[in-house]
Design a protein. Structure first.
Length: 51
């Protein structure tokens, strides 16, 4: 399964446990996820991220 993901915090510091807890519903949501049945499916999905 692949999903667009969730961004928490920034690149300058580590995430706190509280930030993870506050965003847990966003982190675990799979409503917009896409099932990957073959290896080639993952390249289709990841190709958009590399643009």
């Amino acid at each position: 399964m692949c999903d667009s993901g969730t961004i928490i915090g920034d690149a300058n510091r580590a995430m706190s446990v509280e930030e993870i807890q506050e965003n847990w519903d966003k982190i675990t949501k799979l409503s917009d996820s896409k099932s990957l049945n073959q290896l080639n499916d993952s390249f289709d999905y990841l190709g958009d991220l590399l643009k």
